[in-house]
Design a protein around this ligand. Structure first.
Ligand SMILES: Nc1ncnc2c1ncn2[C@@H]1O[C@H](COP(=O)(O)OP(=O)(O)OP(=O)(O)O)[C@@H](O)[C@H]1O
Ligand SMILES: [Mg+2]
Length: 260
């Protein structure tokens, strides 16, 4: 099923300058879509449009037959800077989101779910009562992921969520997100922005490369589950290395063309 249809989407923050130019895209439910492209090409802008935080200048985004007009609990967002309220504990951050999503569940159930989700991302119960400033970057990002999975939206929008983390924490969280995505049924549709081609290759079932702004999709490939590399095989697998080169070529090609 085509869950998300993007029709002739164009967008500019000002009338003088278009950032995204005539994007057409259909995405299947349960896809893990990684978005690559040079800095400033409009990847975050694209996610903001998906989130309903900005409105298309032209065209539209249709999700399950409904046009996206505003933010909704059917689309969860995970940011690079975690997006946790600093004055609330990790637990309060998660229960606040649960209150909005499941108002009828009640305090006891919200807390149980929050603790369950913290455990899912490998955090101890004690983290529930800690403020974000008392947690490491990796722990904050785990809380943000726990919150997004607790709210259980069918679509997850992730904007360079691991950009600020060290390599080891990053690898752990990549595995974690992939595992949560794989074991959640029905599968969530994920849009994941990254600058890291290898991260995209490890996570994605589909990879889109955006060109320089005004941007459109300059490369689009689908990776069948059996072709997806693992952390162990990613630098031995010939097909993976070929695709890696192709992606790097497309990202740089557009940059070089603009510089020349
Ligand atoms: N709120 C805003 N108002 C005006 N222009 C903006 C705004 N946000 C972003 N832009 C501009 O839109 C363009 C695309 O920005 P965007 O943040 O979407 O790029 P990006 O691909 O996410 O870049 P990066 O990889 O560096 O995060 C940039 O030229 C940026 O300066
Ligand atoms: Mg960005």
């Amino acid at each position: 099923m085509k869950d998300i249809l993007i029709n002739h989407l164009s967008f500019g923050y000002t009338p003088e300058r278009l950032i995204l130019d005539d994007i057409d895209l259909a995405v299947d439910t349960g896809s893990f879509v990684c978005l690559l492209g040079p800095s400033g090409c409009g990847k975050s802008t694209f996610l903001r449009l998906m989130a309903g935080l900005e409105h298309p200048t032209k065209g539209d985004i249709v999700m399950e037959g409904r046009r996206i007009e505003k933010p909704g609990l059917d689309r969860g967002m995970v940011f690079q800077d975690y997006g946790l309220f600093p004055w609330m504990t990790a637990g309060e951050n998660i229960t606040l989101a649960l209150e909005q999503r499941f108002p009828e569940a009640g305090k006891k159930r919200w807390k149980e779910t929050a603790l369950e989700k913290l455990a899912d991302v490998g955090l101890e119960e004690s983290v529930f009562d800690k403020l974000p400033k008392e947690l490491s970057g990796g722990m904050k990002q785990r809380c943000a992921i726990a919150r997004s999975f607790a709210v259980d939206p069918p679509v997850l929008l992730m904007d360079e969520p691991f950009g600020a983390l060290d390599a080891v924490t990053r690898a752990r969280l990549q595995d974690l997100v992939l595992e949560l995505w794989a074991r959640t049924e029905p599968k969530k549709t994920v849009f994941f922005v990254t600058h890291d081609v290898d991260e995209a290759l490890l996570l994605a079932s589909r990879i889109l490369v955006f060109g320089q702004s005004p941007s459109h999709i300059i490369y689009d490939c689908t990776i069948p589950p059996e072709k997806r590399p693992t952390r162990e095989t990613q630098f031995d697998d010939v097909e993976n290395l070929k695709l890696r080169n192709t992606l790097i070529h497309h990202i740089n090609r557009d940059v070089n063309r603009r510089i020349a």
